[in-house]
Design a protein around this ligand. Structure first.
Ligand code: GDG
Length: 483
């Protein structure tokens, strides 16, 4: 049994450098939790970027950064500002991200970004190959590293390679517009197993493989001549117990120990006589449908004026990719929309939207989940959307209504939510009303089913499932060789 190497764009670490001192702290995102048991197994490691450019880390501290990362079984890949610009902000976030989310008008096809993407994928490959032995298992994550499986395969043909795509895979008609479509598909096909959140993404991928590379597809296997590549859907779960425990703690905490945000939420609910809260949480990204959500909420207040002063939209937008022009434009649009709606409807006692443009600590996130009667999640495209799952898991008394876009991968599993088309304004507006008026018994009935499902297919189960399937591909490979 060899070791496991996990590779993602970013390491699950936070590095702070101040006064020539380095602080390295683990960042416990969903992925890190799911992969914990594999990451901490034997001599397994995680390879990725620290989030700082090589210019930001003083030369005399670089060895120490590596040493401290290694204490957490992490190996940093060092990237220059120019590489980050072309690979990360460029090809990853101005080509692949918009294209795979069907934002053709935002998709740029710039050869220098493509060159940067290849160079950086090669850098990751070198970092991996240096530490890789025959019999090891490699798990590559996400759209920044689509070329990596093939690069590793060429250098180390006998390792087992898995790839998981965290974002949608678009339909063939959209994917085919990419000038480097063959290279991207071949890159992914270096894997033994390719995972997607949903069956639809998987079918889109297989169709592109068939139409563009002309490989034969047999159900979910691609015959690429000397190997069989498997694909499957593995809908990513959440760390259910972590959210559940945090919500339980939130409920039993003495009022005096509440966070400032919670105190404010309680106070406002009290003075405005049980104003209901509608929650919206996302990275500020054009795929999340934030601007349309605000417009729909404004229209809701207009269409059902009896709800004025009775509801509040509480909106957390986490800054993201602020170097990319579309994100800057979106920020401006959201600022303006919030201003317009607050200006139009506010009264001395009531502001219709509370808008936070920042990232909040985990315990505040729990405050928001636990205090909101409705969660309104309306992406125009979203690989999965974990916020929807997290909201449901924190509803200790089983009340609360989730309104979820059918364009989120999560909608395939969360059928008991109120599912909407994010482009249908009337439907969103009427669904907000339906959610606010839903009888408690119905909320409880729906949420109990959802919670059972989320508990069963947690992020740990997701990772275990992928790894088991990946390891099983070894047997298929051996059988294929003996034919
Ligand atoms: C990509 C795909 C897919 C958010 N604000 C704060 C905060 N968060 C946490 C949430 C959640 C995570 O960030 C966001 O996850 P999502 O799944 O909703 O969205 P993306 O970031 O776009 O993730 C997506 C995912 O990958 C996994 O495959 O589901 O479709 O786009 O966990 O809780 N956490 C804290 N403060 C915040 O202010 N602490």
């Amino acid at each position: 049994m060899g070791k496991t190497i996990i590779i993602s764009n970013r390491l699950p670490l936070q590095i702070n450098i101040s006064d020539n001192k380095i602080e390295v702290t683990p960042s416990v995102g969903g992925l890190a939790t799911g992969l914990k048991s594999f990451h901490q197994e034997g001599d397994s490691i995680w390879i990725g970027w620290t989030g700082l450019s090589s210019e930001e880390i003083p030369e005399d501290l670089q060895d120490e950064v590596e040493k401290k990362a290694m204490e957490q079984n992490c190996v940093p890949v060092s990237l220059t500002t120019d590489e980050i610009e072309r690979f990360y902000y460029g090809f990853s976030n101005r080509t692949i991200w918009p294209l795979f989310h069907y934002f053709m008008e935002y998709t740029e096809f710039q050869p220098e970004h493509w060159e940067g993407y290849k160079t950086v994928n090669k850098k990751y490959c070198e970092a991996v190959v240096e530490r890789l032995d025959d019999g090891d298992t490699v798990w590559v994550h996400d759209y920044q590293l689509l070329l990596l499986p093939e690069m590793i395969r060429k250098k180390k043909p006998n390792v087992t390679i898995g790839f998981f795509n965290h974002i949608p895979f678009p339909s063939y008609e959209v994917f085919r517009t990419l000038p480097w479509r063959e290279e991207i598909l071949r890159g992914m096909l270096g894997s033994d197993l390719i995972g997607f959140h949903t069956y639809d993404y998987e079918r889109h991928f297989l169709r592109s493989v068939n139409r563009i590379l002309r490989h034969d597809i047999n159900f979910n296997s691609v015959n690429i001549g000397n190997r069989i590549v498997k694909s499957d859907s593995f809908p990513m779960g959440i760390d259910y117990n972590k959210f559940r425990d945090a919500a339980l703690e939130h409920r039993t905490k003495p009022r005096s120990e509440n966070t400032d945000i919670q105190k404010k939420l309680d106070y406002h609910k009290y003075v405005t006589r049980n104003t209901k809260l509608i929650l919206s949480i996302d990275r500020l990204d054009y795929t999340k449908g934030i601007a349309n959500r605000i417009r729909a909420y404004g229209y809701f207040l207009e269409k059902y004026p009896e709800y004025q002063e009775k509801v509040r939209l509480i909106m957390l937008a986490v800054p993201s990719r602020t170097n990319v022009p579309q994100y800057q434009l979106l920020k401006k649009e959201v600022d303006e929309l919030v201003g317009r709606i607050n200006g139009k409807f506010a009264t001395v006692n009531w502001t219709p939207i509370w808008y936070f443009y920042r990232s909040m600590p985990f315990e505040n996130l729990i405050d928001l989940y636990c205090s909101s009667e409705v969660a309104l999640i309306t992406p125009t495209r979203d690989g999965m959307n974990l916020v929807a799952k997290e909201y449901i898991s924190t509803r200790i008394d089983n009340t609360g209504v989730l309104i979820l876009s059918e364009m989120a991968g999560a909608a395939h599993e969360l059928n008991e939510a109120l599912i909407i088309n994010p482009n249908n304004f009337e439907q969103i507006v009427d669904t907000i009303k339906q959610a606010l008026e839903m009888p408690e018994e119905e909320q409880i009935r729906r949420n109990k089913v959802l919670q059972r499902r989320l508990k069963r297919y947690s992020v740990e189960k997701w990772a275990e499932d992928f790894m088991t399937n990946l390891k099983n591909t070894r047997k298929t490979r051996k059988a294929f060789k003996t034919i």
